[in-house]
Design a protein around this ligand. Structure first.
Ligand SMILES: [Zn+2]
Length: 480
């Protein structure tokens, strides 16, 4: 039995998914009999470029006389194109037809009249791989196109084509397909094959295919061999992916700060043979899904009990740590990555710990300023958080570490706006802010919020600083 992607190959333009911005223009050109000499189809792999090129070749040679019916997809000529054996439709892979002989061959052959049909169609795949000599030969042909000859160049990298060629082609950009578009086509294929597949399983296939229908179809082919019904579990198993359910448990444990569950899950993934790198990456994707669901209220409803900003921080931390796995892809690396992500969340990155306890790479990844902390956690319960890490004897930074820039960067937008015009000076554990007459409004507003500022200073530098705010005709002193 032919592969799915061959059986599922569109025979008419309306069967092409997701590229109507291209097919509508081509259909209009066919019905008005205004076909160009050269087309460039660019876009990611597997989204229908070659298929569309073949349909255009079929339309130009179809035996139906009515332009509206072309290509019919079923006449002898259409069948021949479909099977790749039409004498006037030549498909070349530019990457492997680059020799001098190939080029000579091309220049001779393009002058030939159609053997069977109405038009000769050359489909050049991977057109950006054409050698210089081949490009030049092609250019000559494009400059003085023989009658009844159509070139269709397909490429994933149009920017690599010479401008001289680009300027002579009508350029169509093919887009990546959405998960929903892919899923909907896969559903149709499952119905045809009388195989039941769950929506999450097909969603997974669509996601893995990353916008490429051809990949999605061949993945589905692999799943078809596994039985009459395709569940999410079966799909994960067949595609060798870690189970989503357990990845979600891992994400939940991370968000809840359950270190022992994190270790258990990491260990069980590792024992089952999943690469730690891939677990870290998939965990990131799981967090990403939760973030998307949370901010756009779409998707399957999976969310995590955490603010969106903290999800972003976690994703950031995991991403920063990906490089670790190029050195060691083992369980320990995964555990360290999880611990670092967890610390990002609690706002207790050990930046004041002795360097030797975290190692060199952690040293390098350490932010220059304290990691932005979860405001609610940091302001409500810094002492508890500190207690969770017994080695953190001196969570408070040295006095010299109070960086005013850090304080401002951590302030919420309103507070920051009122802090901006102040002139600050820091001396002997005292922060002084001075407001001039022109900024008395800012001064007045800051007075109302001085508690907030004191908390912020404590957060950055501990409790040793006092705050002095001087404005027109008034001075306010606060002990931190
Ligand atoms: Zn036909």
């Amino acid at each position: 039995m032919a592969a799915i992607y061959q059986r599922a190959r569109p025979r008419r333009f309306d069967q092409i998914v997701g590229q109507s911005h291209v097919t509508e223009i081509l259909l209009a050109a066919i019905s008005q009999q205004k076909i160009g000499h050269a087309y460039l189809f660019s876009g990611p792999r597997g989204v229908g470029k070659t298929t569309t090129a073949r349909l255009l070749a079929m339309a130009l040679n179809c035996q139906r006389t009515s332009a509206e019916e072309r290509p019919c997809g079923s006449c002898e000529s259409c069948e021949l194109v479909q099977r790749g054996s039409h004498p006037d439709v030549i498909e070349l892979d530019a990457a492997s037809n680059n020799s001098v002989e190939d080029v000579r061959d091309l220049r001779e052959k393009v002058t030939l009249a159609p053997l069977r049909g109405e038009s000769r169609v050359w489909i050049l795949d991977e057109a950006h791989m054409l050698s210089r000599a081949a490009s030049n030969a092609l250019l000559k042909t494009l400059e003085e196109p023989p009658p009844k000859l159509v070139f269709i160049l397909a490429t994933t990298e149009p920017e690599k084509l010479p401008a001289t060629i680009l300027s002579r082609c009508q350029h169509f950009r093919f887009r990546r397909l959405t998960d929903a578009e892919i899923r909907s086509k896969l559903e149709g294929l499952c119905r045809q094959a009388e195989i039941e597949a769950s929506t999450p399983a097909l969603d997974l296939v669509a996601k893995v295919a990353d916008g490429a229908m051809r990949d999605a179809e061949s993945l589905l082919e692999r799943l078809f061999t596994s039985g009459k019904s395709i569940t999410l579990d079966a799909a994960e198993e067949a595609l060798g992916l870690p189970p989503q359910e357990r990845l979600r448990q891992l994400a939940e444990a991370l968000v809840a700060g359950e270190l022992s569950t994190l270790f258990d899950l990491a260990n069980s993934f590792y024992q089952q043979g999943y690469a730690p790198r891939s677990i870290a990456e998939k965990l990131s994707l799981t967090l990403r899904d939760a973030l998307v669901n949370q901010v756009s209220k779409t998707g399957d409803g999976f969310t995590l009990a955490i603010e969106a900003i903290d999800l972003q921080r976690l994703i950031h931390a995991l991403d920063d740590d990906q490089e670790r796995f190029t050195k060691r892809d083992d369980l320990f690396s995964l555990e360290v990555t999880l611990i670092k992500a967890l610390n990002t969340l609690t706002g207790q990155l050990p930046q004041y710990y002795p360097g030797e306890t975290v190692g060199e790479s952690a040293e390098r990844n350490r932010p220059a300023t304290p990691e932005p902390t979860l405001p609610s956690l940091a302001t409500e319960k810094p002492p508890e958080v500190a207690k969770q890490i017994p080695t953190a004897k001196t969570i408070e930074p040295p006095a010299s570490k109070l960086n005013w820039h850090t304080v401002k960067s951590k302030a919420n937008p309103q507070l920051k706006a009122f802090l901006m015009p102040a002139q600050e000076s820091i001396q002997d554990f005292q922060v002084t802010l001075r407001y001039s007459e022109t900024h008395k409004f800012h001064f007045a507003e800051l007075k109302k919020r001085h508690d907030e500022l004191v908390e912020l200073i404590q957060q950055v530098a501990g409790q040793r600083y006092s705050l002095l705010i001087e404005g027109p005709g008034e001075t306010l002193r606060k002990k931190s």
